[in-house]
Design a binder for this molecule. Structure first.
Ligand SMILES: NC(=O)c1ccc[n+]([C@@H]2O[C@H](COP(=O)([O-])OP(=O)(O)OC[C@H]3O[C@@H](n4cnc5c(N)ncnc54)[C@H](OP(=O)(O)O)[C@@H]3O)[C@@H](O)[C@H]2O)c1
Length: 347
């Protein structure tokens, strides 16, 4: 029996950190050995995450990159954006594999990062070597990577349905792609704010950062890389009063008329993907909750050259921790489904 791969989770007390811990319990080849928190260092992990009671016996420690590098083989960084940037370099230089769930290594251009995150990127050369971790699209690069920039939750929900149509060359790049996406409150992290605490969000629904959300440049960057042409994307995110899930609707301009049958067959590219399910009718957040699935559907419209695409993901799983584990499995050459699908589900 081989030694398990030693895992550290930096920012273990947040929503995505907790989700990594939940999912990794069912992974046969890894052991979480180190967990960090700044607010609660030196306290038991399960004091902050009581739902894991009896499953972990770890003490939270404050984050020191050298210590993390010494204790672990692979590190999940689950910190707020801008907090990972410096530390990741120490970890990569120590020869560790790193999967960063924040936005710090997603945007390839340091100038774009500075524009949207208000901070000069201090690691432009490392940024160049980071691999964008949308598993279904960049699998072979991820397998070779040391630093994976795990995608944002909205970009995951939008890009997965769009990708087959870009790849097939069906996008009309002279018209705008319109994306409408509704996210559960956990997308904003564990710390409540004036907009996200219960009394504000319950029985309410509101759009925010209309046309100017930080995930927009990430979505546009990937559309450009896949389609090879710059287009314009209009993106409106909404807060949905549920804990988890993102329901995305994409209005996609096509450069030719495509029948419903042809639209559906374009999704055949995902035929062998374990975590992409094609559904008839609208995807439903309830059907992906807690899972790494991305449910996708496509609809022809009366409008001549326009299709409607829809997807549903759990923002904390396929939109964050689940996709990060999927990426770890690819990096390590393991079955992608490990830790994410009960063995009984494997064909
Ligand atoms: N939530 C989602 O749906 C989602 C989806 C995709 C990507 N992401 C990204 O994943 C990252 C984590 O998101 P989250 O929702 O899990 O956030 P969160 O719930 O706010 O948790 C943040 C974590 O970072 C720790 N932390 C905060 N400031 C720190 C600092 N200066 N140094 C070290 N640790 C610090 C916190 O620890 P203490 O408070 O215990 O000190 C906590 O464990 C973010 O970059 C987010 O954008 C989130």
């Amino acid at each position: 029996m081989k030694e398990p791969v030693r895992i550290a989770i930096v920012g273990a007390t947040g929503y995505t950190g907790g989700e990594l811990l939940r999912l990794l319990l069912q992974h046969p080849y890894v052991k979480v050995v180190h967990v960090t928190s700044e607010q609660s260092s030196e306290t038991p992990l399960t004091d902050r995450l009581p739902f894991l009671g009896g499953r972990y016996n770890l003490i939270l420690e404050s984050f020191h990159p050298d210590k993390v590098a010494k204790k672990s083989d692979l590190i999940f960084m689950a910190l707020s954006h801008t907090e990972s940037m410096e530390a990741v370099r120490t970890l990569v230089e120590a020869g560790k594999k790193v999967i960063d769930l924040s936005a710090d290594y997603r945007l390839r251009s340091p100038g774009t990062y500075e524009k949207w995150y208000g901070l000069r990127h201090s690691q432009p050369s490392l940024l160049k070597s980071a691999v964008y971790g949308l598993t279904e699209i960049y699998r072979s690069n991820i397998a070779q990577g040391c630093l994976i920039a795990n995608p944002g939750c909205y970009p995951t929900g939008a890009l997965l349905p769009i990708y087959p149509f870009l790849k097939a060359g069906y996008l009309d790049t002279t018209r705008e792609i319109i994306i409408d996406a509704k996210s559960g409150i956990s997308g904003a992290g564990r710390m409540p704010t004036g907009k996200t605490h219960f009394a504000e969000a319950h029985e309410a629904m509101v759009a925010y950062n209309v046309g100017a959300h930080r995930h927009l440049p990430e979505i546009e960057q990937e559309i450009y890389r896949i389609a090879g042409r710059r287009g314009t994307t209009l993106f409106t995110p909404y807060l949905l009063p549920v804990n988890r899930g993102i329901l995305t609707t994409v209005y996609l301009p096509l450069n030719r008329k495509l029948s419903q049958k042809k639209l559906e067959s374009t999704l055949d590219i995902y035929r062998d993907e374990p975590f992409i399910r094609r559904v008839a009718g609208s995807p439903n957040l309830a059907h992906v909750k807690g899972s790494n699935f991305c449910d996708i559907s496509v609809f022809a419209t009366a409008s001549d050259r326009m299709a409607i695409l829809m997807s549903a993901i759990d923002n904390l799983v396929k939109g964050a921790a689940g996709q990060a584990i999927q990426n770890m499995n690819v990096m390590m050459g393991w079955d992608e489904r490990l830790g994410l699908m009960a063995p009984g589900f494997f064909p």
